[in-house]
Ligand binder design. Structure first.
Ligand code: NAD
Length: 534
């Protein structure tokens, strides 16, 4: 990551104007509707959800709030869609997924900017998300051709074979942190395997998903892809509880997932769960400090810390601790906070005011627990245009590009040390730019602490010692270990969590299988054919 200046010369009004202009150009219709059976339709209740730009606090659009009646319509349509799509052969499914990838790729900038408006993520990161969306549709278009059954040797009198069949109708429920990418993680494998889908985006971030359907909807048979915006406890829960949905693929918070599992239990519905993390990054004594700082900065502050894989617990060996910490704090302070539509911005706002308040609450808890706040924190004062600025930093006289406080949901990159491992800010997922530091000397004790959380999604290891990297990768309880980098998600690499971070794996070949069920066919060879030969 380069080290751009922290502030920009823009005024708040200029930022607002840019966002209004983008919203006018990119959003087709400010009144978003549901997509059921190949049609854009109004919701049963007529209720709407306001869609807000987290950078400015301004209104972007409103989305239909679906209820159980809308879910019923969508599931019925999906079964009709499955009658067609489920019969489409693998060659044609492959071509369709490739065309979807091509169209997304041709509109990459549009999708990226919509996610910036809706989520507040920096444009440079939003483009990477859309590139991954394209990669995922291409990957599953290829790997679907490998979906095969097998024959099982059982002796002379029987012939046993298996085939893999789609579930039929799958429900996908996704969070707001990577809006279009999370949709692609559900849609690409589900459609590749021949299922019809009812997708429920997060209530906060429907824009890029609605645009995706406008862009590719005509490539799929009516009813095979349905999209219902709505609140989780209403639309989401109705989807999970529906007795004709055969699989639920959920990404979101652990507490929500517990409810999803319980609801799915009533109909014995298969679930895939991709949940949160409290991920350790381990810096070994031999690590190159510059590399370690780069890895740790990316691991923590990518997507403004609103990333399930964020490296939020940083374990640094005592031999390099002091050098590392001063360089890491300097790196956090060098990040440009501001308008996420600008190429130079590293950190945009949190997605909602609620999320900002939640992050600040955790910082306050750390302060109350006697932690040292090395940078950031809630002790900030307003910058000249109303943005929040850490009062310990010199004011260079420039204005920053954050809009008035109370309108944009910005949080300072925060680094905390001297706090016991059992405290809440260390144990719970904050989902904002808050890093907690630990110094280690004894390897076994460091591993014990690294594993001493309920989560097990991801971890990072920074070292040039191959044996140390291998050993730590094996000892840390997590589904994904990155060595000397972080947040790499190439399609084909299985992604998922240990412990309470989830069940199942996404983005890989086994994901495709998870959207199918195995049918075993056993032939009795003793009797077969007797009737024909007479
Ligand atoms: P959330 O659990 O609040 O919401 C996720 C989705 O579930 C939303 O669409 C929401 O409307 C829906 N929902 C809410 N209540 C529901 C219910 N009772 N029944 C059915 N659906 C319901 O999570 P969030 O705040 O949107 O997202 C942040 C969380 O997502 C974090 O915990 C993060 O770690 C996790 N996440 C995990 C991964 C991963 O792959 N492991 C990826 C991204 C985000």
């Amino acid at each position: 990551m380069d080290t751009p200046t922290r502030t920009s010369d823009e005024t708040t009004a200029e930022v607002r104007d840019r966002h209004r202009r983008h919203a006018r150009e990119l959003i087709r219709d400010e009144e978003l509707r549901l997509y059921i059976d190949g049609q854009w339709v109004d919701s049963d209740s007529g209720k709407r959800i306001e869609v807000v730009d987290p950078t400015t606090g301004g209104r972007l659009a409103s989305a239909s709030a679906a209820n159980a009646a809308d879910i019923e319509r969508a599931v019925t349509a999906a079964w009709r869609g499955f009658e067609t799509w489920g019969d489409v052969g693998p060659g044609e499914r492959q071509r369709t997924l490739q065309r979807i990838a091509d169209r997304v790729e041709s509109n990459l900038e549009r999708f990226a900017r919509l996610d910036v408006l809706d989520n507040g993520k920096p444009i440079t990161e939003a483009r990477e998300d859309v590139e991954l969306v394209v990669d995922h549709f291409r990957y599953f278009s290829g790997v679907l051709r490998t979906l095969e059954g097998r024959t099982v040797p059982t002796g002379d009198d029987q012939h046993v074979e298996t085939i893999r069949e789609p579930y039929g109708v799958v429900g996908g429920i996704i969070p707001w942190n990577f809006p279009l990418l999370m949709a692609a993680w559900k849609l690409a494998p589900a459609l590749a395997a021949g299922n019809a889908v009812v997708l429920k985006p997060a209530e906060e971030t429907p824009l890029s998903i609605v645009e995706f359907i406008h862009t590719v909807g005509d490539l799929l048979p009516d009813g095979s892809l349905n999209m219902v915006t709505g609140y989780g406890p209403e639309a989401g829960q109705a989807l999970v509880q529906h007795d004709r949905v055969r699989k639920i693929a959920f990404t979101g918070a652990v507490e929500t997932a517990k409810g999803v599992m319980k609801d799915a239990a009533d109909t014995i519905t298969d679930v895939t769960l991709e949940l949160g993390g409290k991920n350790p990054i381990v810096v070994f004594p031999d690590a190159d400090i510059e590399t370690a700082v780069e890895v740790a900065t990316d691991a923590m502050f990518y997507n403004c810390g609103e990333c399930c894989c964020a490296g939020t617990r940083l374990f640094v060996h005592e031999d390099v601790y002091d050098r590392f910490v001063s360089a890491f704090v300097a790196s956090a302070e060098s990040l440009t906070i501001g308008d996420p539509l600008l190429e130079s911005t590293d950190l945009g706002p949190e997605v909602t005011n609620t999320q900002r308040a939640r992050t600040e609450h955790y910082i306050t808890l750390a302060e109350e627990a006697g932690a040292e706040i090395l940078t950031g924190g809630t002790g900030t004062e307003r910058s000249p245009n109303g943005g929040r600025r850490n009062d310990s930093r010199p004011d260079d006289g420039k204005r920053d590009s954050r809009p008035d406080d109370g309108e944009g949901y910005f949080v300072e990159p925060t680094v905390i040390s001297d706090i016991p491992h059992e405290t809440r800010v260390v144990q719970e997922e904050v989902f904002g730019p808050v890093e907690v530091l630990f110094e280690w000397s004894d390897y076994e004790e460091m591993v014990r602490q690294a594993n001493d959380v309920d989560f097990g999604l991801a971890a990072g290891v920074v070292t040039n010692d191959l044996n140390a990297a291998h050993r730590a990768a094996r000892d840390i309880e997590a589904g994904n270990i990155w060595v000397n980098h972080h947040n790499a998600f190439p399609a084909g690499q299985p992604f998922g969590g240990y412990k309470q971070s989830g069940i199942g794996r996404e983005t890989a070949r086994e994901t495709l299988e998870a959207y199918t069920q195995t049918k075993t066919i056993n032939f009795n060879l003793e009797t077969s054919g007797e009737s024909w030969s007479q």
